[in-house]
Structure formats: structure tokens, C-alpha cells
Design a protein around this ligand. Structure first.
Ligand code: NAD
Length: 257
């Protein structure tokens, strides 16, 4: 198994990428701390892991809170004795997020608090635990939008993901000699609730699909498979990357018909 004897904490584990990663990491032998603010769905993730013969606990934490972030890392160490993998994946996309002229300050602040400060706090407490464990792998979910611009804007979301990429790069350099690797996962557009709520008409979906060379949205499972590589020792020489998994969208100038 690819994550045997490892303890993995995953935020946003109630849904989408986080849930699929929790199920896959558990199947590969990791003990899972599933973190979210959606308690019933988080408990459901844990039940599914246990039903499949895995080991997991649910920890309620709002990643934008320092106290909650510290406590979620403590639950991993209390329950399983250590932390080896930290997947800072929880994130939001506010439907009111738009261009700079119309986006309200509260949308900016909330998006930054969850998407960027949340990742910072996860790293802050996660890195300390990994130093105690003798090393580890951190995966921070960014996005392809942190790498390129769009005329259909979500400025707060895009800026938060650019921040995640820069934060990841710097942390990877600081901690490289401590056996702690830090990578940013940059998904392309996915067929998860987060994006489908935003692209809520067929016309909006088609407008996005036209830019993806593969001509389809990605699946949360495909992100989980990539995160598994970054979490495992198979990626032992990989740190500080913008790990792009996007159906080719960031490579495209013109896409096939
Ligand atoms: P999702 O909405 O299915 O899952 C996100 C999870 O995060 C939810 O379970 C939600 O309850 C949880 N969450 C929200 N705020 C939280 C908070 N303050 N504390 C703890 N948990 C919180 O979305 P997803 O598509 O699986 O997104 C996961 C990550 O992938 C996000 O960071 C998102 O920005 C990123 N991403 C998604 C896409 C896409 O197209 N869906 C593309 C690129 C990047």
C-alpha cells in the first residue's frame, strides 16, 4: 500500500476532492483525520472509510480559525500519535465574487480567510507536527486560476489561489532540509459542487468547456489520484511545485473543435 503507516489530515473532507482523497488515502493504508465544517457529511466520509476496513476520525474545524487549526492537528497526534501528510484543501468560491469594481470587501475578506489564511494556519501547525514526526508531505490546493487570468473574473478567489502558490513555494524552500515537502495542487475546472454552483447554466458550462483541450471537466477522483502521488514517498524529490492537473487548460492557446 502506498501510504502504509502514515497519518493524513485532510481539510474539506466532507465533499469533492477532500472526500475522494480521504477515501483513497485510507484505501492505501493511511489513518485519516477528516476535517470540515459540514459535520454530517464529514461523519459520512468517516463511516465510508470504516465500512471499507480503514481507520479514520472526524474533526470539526473552521480552517480560518487559528484555535480550530491547532486543535485539528492536535487531534491527529492525540488519536494516531503523529502527522505525516497534511492536505490543506478546504476552500470556497463565493458567487458574489466578480471584478474589482463590484466585488464587496466582505467577499474578499471571507475568501482570503478560508482559502489563503486557512492554508497558512494548516501549514503553521502542520509543519510543527511534521518536525516532531521527522518529516512529512504538505499538499495545498491552489487552482489553475492562480496561473492565468480570465475575463470572467473572480478576483478574490484568483488572488487567494495565487497566494497559496507563492506561500507553498516559500515554505518548500524554508523546510526542504527538514524532510518536509510542500507542493501546490493546481486543479483545472472540475465537475464538483463548488464549480457547478458557480457555472449554474448550460451556457456558462459551455463557455468554460471550450477552453479545455480534453473537452470535459475533471473529476474529484482524478485530483485524489494526483494528491496520492504527492502524499506518498513516490514523490520524494518533488517539492515547491505547481502540480498542474487540468486537462490541458493552462497549455492551450486555441483548443480543438
Ligand atoms: P467542495 O465544495 O466539494 O468541497 C469543499 C469542502 O470545504 C466542503 O466540504 C466545505 O464544507 C469545506 N469547507 C468550506 N469552508 C470551510 C472552512 N472554513 N473550514 C473547513 N472546511 C471548509 O469543493 P472542491 O471542488 O472539492 O474544492 C476543494 C478545493 O479545490 C478548494 O480549495 C477549491 O478552491 C479547489 N479547486 C476546485 C476546483 C473546481 O473546479 N471544483 C478547481 C480548482 C481548485
Amino acid at each position: 500500500m502506498r501510504l502504509e503507516d502514515k497519518v493524513a489530515l485532510i481539510t474539506g473532507a466532507s465533499s469533492g476532492i477532500g472526500k475522494e482523497s480521504a477515501l483513497l488515502f485510507a484505501k492505501e493504508g493511511a489513518k485519516i483525520v477528516a476535517v470540515d465544517v459540514n459535520d454530517p457529511e464529514g461523519e459520512q466520509t468517516v463511516s465510508e472509510i470504516k465500512a471499507a476496513g480503514g481507520d479514520a476520525i472526524y474533526a470539526h474545524a473552521d480552517v480560518s480559525s487559528a484555535a480550530d487549526s491547532e486543535a485539528m492537528v492536535e487531534s491527529a497526534e492525540d488519536q494516531f500519535g503523529k502527522l505525516n501528510v497534511m492536505f490543506n484543501n478546504a476552500g470556497i468560491m463565493d458567487s458574489r465574487d466578480d471584478n474589482a469594481l463590484v466585488t464587496e470587501e466582505d467577499v474578499w475578506d471571507l475568501t482570503m480567510a478560508i482559502n489563503l489564511k486557512g492554508v497558512f494556519l494548516g501549514c503553521k501547525y502542520g509543519i510543527a507536527a511534521m518536525q516532531r514526526a521527522g518529516g512529512g508531505s504538505i499538499i495545498n490546493t491552489a487552482s489553475f486560476v492562480g496561473l492565468m487570468g480570465a475575463a470572467t473574473p473572480q478576483v478574490a478567489y484568483t488572488a487567494s489561489k495565487g497566494g497559496v502558490i507563492a506561500l507553498t513555494r516559500e515554505l518548500s524552500v524554508i523546510h526542504a532540509r527538514e524532510n518536509i515537502r510542500v507542493n501546490a495542487l493546481c486543479p483545472g475546472p472540475l465537475r464538483t459542487e463548488l464549480l457547478m454552483k458557480f457555472l449554474d447554466t448550460e451556457a456558462k458550462k459551455q463557455k468554460r468547456l471550450v477552453h479545455i483541450p480534453m473537452g470535459r471537466f475533471g473529476e474529484a477522483k482524478e485530483m485524489a489520484q494526483s494528491a496520492l502521488f504527492l502524499a506518498s514517498d513516490e514523490s520524494s524529490y518533488t517539492t515547491g511545485t505547481e502540480f498542474v492537473v487540468d486537462g490541458g487548460i493552462t497549455s492551450a492557446y486555441v483548443t480543438p473543435e
